[in-house]
Ligand binder design. Structure first.
Ligand SMILES: Nc1ncnc2c1ncn2[C@@H]1O[C@H](COP(=O)(O)OP(=O)(O)OP(=O)(O)O)[C@@H](O)[C@H]1O
Length: 327
C-alpha cells in the first residue's frame, strides 16, 4: 500500500439540533473529534448518525448549533470545509455503467489532477484497494465489498484531511468487513481524521480511539473503549461447580460472590483477575471443593450499551454475500 502523510483537522460539534417536523432527531449534540483521531459515533438504527454526518459534511444545515472543521463553519464557510473533507458511504459519486478505473479517473479530472497524474493516482488506488483485477469491469458487476472499497478510493483521489465514513461496513460479510477495517486503520496511520458511524460495537472497538454513543438524539457516553467498559463493572472471575453440594460449599466460602443458582456458578467482581483466581482456587482446594470451570468475563461494549441505554444495541443482519474473490 502506498501511504501519504496528511495533517488531520479537528471537528467541533456544538449544540447540534435537528428535527423533521415533530420528530426531534438530534437534541443538542456536543462532540469534539480531535485532529488525526479515529472517532466512532455508535448508535442503533434511526439514532441520528446519518443526520449528524450529513450536517457535518455540509449536505444540509442544522436547526441550531454548529459544526466547525479546522475552524471553518460548515454553513457560512461550506466551500472551505468541502475542500478538506471526503465523504463515503452513500455511493454518491459512483457511476455503475463505468468501470472502476473510469470512475477514478473521472474523479481525478473533477479534482483537476491532470491527465498523467490522474491515471497514476487511479492505478495506485486500484492497487491499494485490491481492485486492479476488476479495474476494467463495469461497477454494476462489483460485489458489495468491492463497491465499498471503490467508494472509499474515490474519496482519496484528492487528499482529504477529514474522512466521514457513514456505516462503512453495514451489510458486508465478515471477510469484506475485515478488509475495510485494515484499509481504515492504514488511513488513520497516515494522520487523516476519521469520523465514522457504526451500529457494530465490535467495529467501534476495533477501529476507534474514541467512541461517542448516540441514543435517541443524545450523546449518552463518550470515551475510549476501555473507559466506556470501565463504566459498566469490573472484570469477573466466573466459577462453575459440578453439583449442588460443591456449589453450596463454595457459596459458604465465598459469601461476597454473586450466585447464579440455575447454572451452579459464582461470579466474583475484581480488578485483578489473576490473583483472584489464585486465591479463590487455593481456598476451594483447601476445603476439597471441586471446580468444573473457571472463566474470566471482561465487559464488552454490548454491556456498556445495555448499562447506558437500558436496551441492547440492535445487531444488524448480514446481507451481502461478497463475491470479491473474482477481484
Ligand atoms: N428527510 C427526512 N425526513 C423525515 N425523517 C427523517 C429524514 N431523514 C431521517 N429521518 C428520520 O430521522 C431519524 C434518524 O435518521 P438517521 O438516518 O440520522 O439515523 P441513523 O442513526 O443514521 O440510522 P440508520 O442506521 O438507520 O441509517 C430516523 O427516525 C429517520 O427516520
Amino acid at each position: 500500500m502506498t501511504h501519504r502523510e496528511t495533517t488531520g483537522a479537528e471537528i467541533l460539534i456544538r449544540g447540534l439540533a435537528k428535527s423533521y417536523g415533530e420528530h426531534q432527531v438530534l437534541s443538542g449534540i456536543d462532540l469534539t473529534v480531535p485532529a488525526g483521531s479515529v472517532t466512532a459515533l455508535l448508535g442503533p438504527n434511526g439514532s441520528g448518525k446519518t443526520t449528524t454526518v450529513s450536517i457535518a459534511s455540509t449536505l444540509f444545515p442544522a436547526d441550531s448549533g454548529s459544526v466547525t472543521i479546522d475552524g471553518h463553519d460548515t454553513v457560512t464557510d461550506a466551500r472551505a470545509v468541502r475542500s478538506i473533507i471526503g465523504v463515503t458511504g452513500q455511493y454518491v459519486a459512483i457511476d455503475d455503467l463505468f468501470t472502476g478505473r473510469e470512475n477514478l479517473t473521472l474523479m481525478a479530472d473533477l479534482r483537476h489532477l491532470g491527465r498523467a497524474a490522474g491515471r497514476r493516482r487511479a492505478d495506485d488506488l486500484l492497487e491499494q484497494f485490491d481492485l486492479t483485477g476488476a479495474a476494467d469491469r463495469a461497477v454494476s458487476t462489483y460485489s458489495g465489498g468491492m463497491r465499498r472499497r471503490l467508494d472509499l478510493a474515490m474519496t482519496l483521489v484528492s487528499t482529504p484531511r477529514v474522512i466521514f465514513l457513514d456505516e462503512p461496513t453495514t451489510g458486508l460479510d465478515p471477510r469484506s468487513r475485515r478488509v475495510l477495517w485494515d484499509i481504515i486503520t492504514g488511513l488513520a496511520g497516515d494522520g487523516v481524521t476519521i469520523f465514522l458511524t457504526t451500529q457494530y460495537l465490535e467495529e467501534a472497538d476495533q477501529l476507534a480511539d474514541r467512541i461517542a454513543v448516540l441514543d435517541h438524539g443524545h450523546i449518552v457516553a463518550e470515551g475510549t473503549a476501555a473507559e466506556l467498559k470501565k463504566r459498566v463493572h469490573d472484570s469477573e472471575v466466573r466459577l462453575t461447580f459440578p453439583d449442588d453440594e460443591a456449589f453450596d460449599s463454595a457459596r459458604r466460602l465465598l459469601p461476597s460472590a454473586r450466585p447464579i443458582v440455575e447454572s451452579h456458578r459464582l461470579d466474583i467482581a475484581t480488578d485483578d483477575t489473576v490473583s483472584t483466581i489464585r486465591t479463590t482456587l487455593n481456598l476451594l482446594d483447601a476445603a476439597d471443593v471441586e471446580v468444573a470451570d473457571v472463566h474470566v468475563h471482561t465487559p464488552t461494549l454490548d454491556d456498556v450499551f445495555f448499562a447506558l441505554t437500558g436496551a441492547p444495541a440492535e445487531e444488524p443482519v448480514e446481507t451481502d454475500a461478497d463475491t470479491s474473490g473474482a477481484a
